[in-house]
Design a protein around this ligand. Sequence first.
Ligand SMILES: [Zn+2]
Length: 303
Amino acid sequence: MERIADGVGLVDLHHDGRRSVIAAAVLETDSGVAVIDPGPSATIPALRSGLQQAGLDLSDIRVLLATHIHLDHSGACGTLVRADPNIQVFVHQRGAPHMVDPSRLVKSATRLFGDRMDRLWGECLPIPQENLTILEGDEIIRTDGLCLDVAYTPGHASHHVSYFHSKTDMAFVGDTSGGRIRNGTIVLPATPPPDLDLDTTRTSLRRIEAWEPQRLFVTHFGPASGVAEHHAQLEERLAIWAARVRESLRDDETDEVRCHRFGELVGRELRETLDDEEAVAYERGAPPGLSWYGLARYWRKNT
Ligand SMILES: [Zn+2]
């Protein structure tokens, strides 16, 4: 576990054996820890060893806070709750039904990831309703000595929330602010199907900025400074990608070919400034192919 602020740690979940793809945030509480986006079940061993490096264990987890229910962020919640039924899980009201019954979530992920499901994500267990605390946005969570502001920040997903830790001026934004590996120079949009919405994304970025955070914590990957510049770059690239995907829909091609071409183009652009390992971390954390599908679906709904 890397200490990134007073009472805040980062665990690299070494997703699929790679560094800097998925980051879990660990916040100290009076009697243990809270984890924001504990990652998928497949990386629970990495979460445990990260905690152990700080003299902690999975049994110290009191609270789980989901920014959203995508498997790379919150797939482990059900498994962790089954091991310790005292854990409370915070989630937006639109995501909660899919934690109680994850069958639709698993089905749609299986459409995207096929036979890689088990290796990438592991199991996704249901969570009893009584373990869930339902969020709408604009709450202040006070639990076990921890204080976090909540904002509803849809766009990447319709049930996405972000958390602000005023003690360290850090906003935990999941995928709302895109991906940026270890405070690197590139901010990559994360626009997967099925919920992606460009207008609500912009509104959500303004909502996050209203907290005036010193740093963002992005799941892919870690603390990011210069929030205004980060969001400006994200919006600029998002506009370029949105136009590019819209254009690609006029090609006489299949979606598979369009998506593949888009992914290749983004890959080449990343490698103009990054080495291959860094580029792969971006491509794993915020897969451009998935972003093509999200933007394509958005345009098909909105034109
Ligand atoms: Zn993600």
